[in-house]
Write a protein that binds this ligand. Sequence first.
Ligand SMILES: NC(=O)c1ccc[n+]([C@@H]2O[C@H](COP(=O)([O-])OP(=O)(O)OC[C@H]3O[C@@H](n4cnc5c(N)ncnc54)[C@H](O)[C@@H]3O)[C@@H](O)[C@H]2O)c1
Length: 366
Amino acid sequence: MTKGNSNKIYYSVNEQRDTEIVVGYNLRNYISKELSKKKTNFFIIDKVIYKLHYSYLFDLKKNSTSDVFFIQIEGGEKAKSLELFQEIIHDLIRLKIKKSDVIIAVGGGTICDLSAFISQNLYRGIKLKMIPTTLLSQVDASIGSKNGLNFLKRKNILGNFYFPDKVYIDIEFLKTLSPDLISAGFAEIIKVFTIADPNSFMLLNKVTIDEDFLGKKKEIIDIINKSIKTKIKLLKHDPFESNSKRLLNFGHAFAHPIEEVSNFQLSHGEAVLISMVLETSISLKIKHISIEDFTLIISVIKRFYTPACKSFRCDVKSLLKSVKEIRLLRAGNLNLVTPTSIGNGVIIEDINDNIIKDVLNSYFRN
Ligand SMILES: NC(=O)c1ccc[n+]([C@@H]2O[C@H](COP(=O)([O-])OP(=O)(O)OC[C@H]3O[C@@H](n4cnc5c(N)ncnc54)[C@H](O)[C@@H]3O)[C@@H](O)[C@H]2O)c1
């Protein structure tokens, strides 16, 4: 459905679980009208957003007829901790939150993950809404209902599925995002287009992240919409990840290990960009993809490489150790997703370790 400066996408796994996703520009009036009148709205907000987008948040509060509380926290991976989880639960209980109230996450993927974990666990479930503010959280972390906390220095060891009631994707937030974080968000867009949407993949060849980028509101909204729709299509086969063989894992075989060995200096999206290059290179090595499609995919991914992606080098042995450890913690198999052409991919279970080693060695040697 399209209306004014926004449009809506619905994601439902079954009748009881339905998420409405609104994508648009300058949604502040729309959101404030939607704030539940008889309930208290507890905003969990990234401190950076509170500072940079204070007038937006102030307008939400000013125009709403309900009670509103703002809780500010620091974003980034350290937000996804049991310590912060406990601290915020304390704050919410001190503020007398009731089961019928609403939690609204405002921030990037880390704030969305933490807020969803809190909403799911406090009183066995509180209504959740999200206002994702990074491109990555708009196309990925807020879509599909997963949440996660880090534990023992490992990513997403704790977590579950919890459906937000509404997700408001306002591209107005992107204007304060660094070009590197815009590129990191594109990683997840490239991922879904490469394996499932050849027409949209071709749009990426025209995207340049420069000062004109945010002026192209229609194009950005179009790409975000297409990316979310394609992700939802892929999710519908297996919304609760009961099967570890998922096309959506493209770009993720090496992403968490890369984040770990970089000591979290690389963001999740940057690690996904590098992992997609490695996985596509494996596809070429085992002759699953033509040299033409390989070259096009790599050139699109590298358009979005940040300086940190370009300079990232690591010890291949440590990377493989991390891949193995994470593999053991998860399903036991690497289940590598390899693109076979633009818009298509397959999952390979029995990839030879030497092939992986060769590709990693050659990537990190250059
Ligand atoms: N649950 C899921 O399905 C899912 C999917 C993908 C990623 N994730 C998780 O999301 C996290 C990564 O998300 P992220 O990259 O958004 O990280 P993030 O939340 O750490 O945000 C990145 C940085 O951007 C800042 N920021 C946020 N919005 C901004 C804005 N509009 N302007 C300026 N600065 C802004 C934050 O303060 C932070 O420093 C990872 O923890 C990853 O595991 C979860």
